[in-house]
Ligand binder design. Structure first.
Ligand code: ARG
Length: 621
């Protein structure tokens, strides 16, 4: 068995390095400047990979592409990886991996790491996810902020990074104070509070309204963006009495009134109970330890404004404090004329905290794409003042990963029949019911692996399938895209769906069981059988498997979980083609054991990849 090493085992990366060295020596330039453009081959008859660099590099070095390609092909050292490369057409270099090398790379990745090498980095990564608002029910928008964020956290963790999951709760400020005031006025029993009650109180309080003409006038006068004007306008209607009461409640809350704080805690806890229950249903890692809401920053807001004023980056404008940018009209309002702070002020404090105190060299905000201007302004302001630097001076990458909307069949934002926002709880309940329906229908077939399972077992599988359907459908598209929520398509066992991949995994497991093997969840079932790769579909499966580590790194780099989904779909297809073409159980030894081991490796890569998406892999389906 090949020894695990710290070298990346992914062939694309190995070829990249070897070709870089060759181009560098042929052209006499540094390896960093020699992108060899190694790509999977467009046509398997010509090889497994190709390098296209000669075409783009030749001209600037006064050579013909074909001549350069030939020199690179003669120079490159592919010992232990590939056969001698062949030059084709105007200057493509075709590469066929050596079957023995393929086999030993596969054997090398067949341990718990599956080829993934931990990144040694001192700084952490922060993922801003979920972002619910206290006293409001979770709706479908929170689905995306939660599952995309959880997936990216898992991917970074899998790569050995320290990750902070930050649930930036909307738990402070006037809307909460209004709800609190309304509930107290009604004499509501806060110990018996349910989230629907709370939601009603919240809406009633909002309708009563918060009058904030000072802030609104300032926002208009300073030419603030529509997002912020809307934020203030939303509070502008309604009765003064309710507003005065809410404002005084807020002041007392801010001053630390013990009784009010206790009641505030109750409405926060009531909201969070549902959030944590939903996280469990969704198989998302999100608990109380990840909650650091707007209230956490309340004592840091004054300092934010002072620091901006002191550095000369903020100015007073009609009583309000704003930060201006050289390249746009829209300023960033950080304190209202009445002295109140804003959503943006809190986010400035949060960036500073995450970069400097949580020591993150990357902060990813998984938040609705409509907040683009907000984050652009907040990040730019932080760059101006230098809060994008960790304490050792490293520049932190601040990214708003803006996701698109979830639409109904009518291509409009998903609503219930009566026009309400669809709550996340009802959406997930429906998905679980559909998953269960699907699983029970299949279990009725006497040949099904699930036939005869107990009721709770079928329920558990159905739940896993329903949740996989929803999550995979969401994660398999580019993050910024809107998509139509279509449960029938999502829950299908065919096509590019979560259940299709789960099914491929369960099917491989049952093949291994049929072979009489013991099948541990996350350890190899046949750690010692030599692997041999011969048939074309066997080779294709091998290449798919070897791409895994590179794909996981790619997801971390691009923040696009869809690439992992596309990989898993390709792998499941490659396995199905292999299993169709190549006898496994009926093959003679040593081919039988080699193919079983290849199947087992596929099983574990599928399960590992699904786990990175936060999707379970049931043993039977
Ligand atoms: N509560 C916010 C909203 O519902 C989302 C919070 C996103 N995170 C942040 N750091 N601003 O719009």
């Amino acid at each position: 068995m090949a020894q695990p090493s710290d070298e990346l085992l992914d062939p694309a990366t190995m070829l990249d390095r070897r070709f870089r060295a060759a181009i560098s020596s042929v052209l006499g330039i540094v390896p960093e400047a020699c992108d060899p453009q190694v790509r999977p081959s467009g046509d398997p008859r010509h090889g497994d990979f190709q390098s296209n660099a000669a075409m783009s590099l030749a001209k600037s070095h006064g050579m013909k592409p074909r001549e350069l390609a030939e020199r690179i092909a003669r120079t490159v050292d592919l010992a232990g990886i590939a056969l001698a490369p062949e030059v084709a057409g105007p200057g493509f270099i075709n590469i066929r991996l050596d079957a023995g090398a393929l086999a030993s790379m596969l054997e090398g990745m067949d341990d718990a790491r599956l080829g993934i090498v931990p990144q040694r980095r001192i700084h952490a990564v922060t993922i801003d996810l979920c972002g619910v608002n206290v006293a409001k029910q979770m709706h479908v928008g929170h689905l995306r902020a939660t599952i995309i964020g959880d997936c990216l956290a898992r991917v970074h963790e899998r790569l050995g990074r320290k990750v902070h999951r930050e649930n930036h709760l909307g738990d402070w400020g006037l809307p909460i104070a209004m709800t609190l005031a309304a509930l107290r006025r009604r004499g509501a029993d806060l110990d018996r509070l349910t989230l629907p009650d709370l939601n009603v109180a919240y809406r009633a309080a909002q309708a009563a309204g918060a009058d904030d003409p000072g802030g609104l006038a300032a926002a208009r006068a300073t030419g603030c963006g529509p997002h912020r004007i809307a934020e203030l306008e939303a509070q502008h209607e309604g009765a003064r009495a309710a507003v005065e009461e809410a404002k005084s409640t807020l002041l007392r809350l801010q001053a630390g009134d013990a009784e009010l704080l206790r009641d505030w805690r109750k409405i926060v806890d009531c909201t969070m109970r549902e959030v944590f229950e939903t996280a469990v249903i969704l198989n998302v890692r999100l608990g109380p330890e990840h909650s650091r809401g707007e209230s956490f920053y309340r004592d840091r807001l004054g300092i934010v404004v002072e620091d901006f004023l002191e550095s000369g980056l903020a100015t007073e404008d009609a009583g309000a404090i704003v930060v201006r940018f050289a390249d746009r009209e829209r300023p960033l309002l950080i304190r209202k004329s009445d002295g109140g702070f804003l959503y943006a002020t809190t986010d400035l404090a949060a960036v500073r905290f995450r970069v400097q105190e949580l020591d993150s060299d990357r902060v990813v905000y998984v938040v609705d794409a409509r907040q683009r201007d907000h984050f652009k302004d907040v990040f730019d302001a932080c760059r101006l003042i230098g809060w994008d630097r960790t304490s050792d001076g490293e520049r932190s990458e601040l990214v708003h990963l803006g996701f698109g909307a979830v639409l109904g069949a009518d291509k409009r934002p998903l609503k219930t029949r009566s026009g309400e926002n669809v709550t996340l709880a009802s959406l997930l309940a429906e998905a679980v019911a559909r998953g269960e329906e699907e699983v029970r229908a299949r279990a009725a077939d006497p040949d099904a692996a699930t036939h005869g399972l107990s009721d709770p077992e079928l329920h558990a599988i159905g739940r896993a399938v329903g949740i996989a359907a929803v999550k995979y459908a969401d994660l398999s598209l580019e993050v910024s895209r809107d998509y139509v929520f279509d449960l029938d398509r999502m829950v299908s066992f065919q096509g590019d769906t979560g259940p299709y991949i789960q099914y491929a995994h369960a099917r491989i497991r049952s093949i291994l069981v049929k072979a009489g093997l013991e099948v541990p969840v996350d350890r190899p079932a046949l750690p010692d059988a030599p692997i041999a790769v011969a048939a074309p579909s066997e080779r294709d499966l091998a290449l798919a498997l070897l791409a895994y580590a590179g794909v996981v790194e790619d997801v971390a780099r691009t923040l696009e979980p869809s690439r992992l989904c596309a990989f898993l779909h390709r792998l499941a297809n490659a396995f199905n083609a292999f299993y169709h073409d190549c006898p496994v159980l009926k093959a003679d030894e040593p081919t039988r054991s080699s193919r079983l081991r290849l199947s087992d490796l596929t099983r574990r890569v599928l399960a590992d990849g699904l786990a990175l998406l936060g999707i379970e892999s049931p043993a039977r389906m």
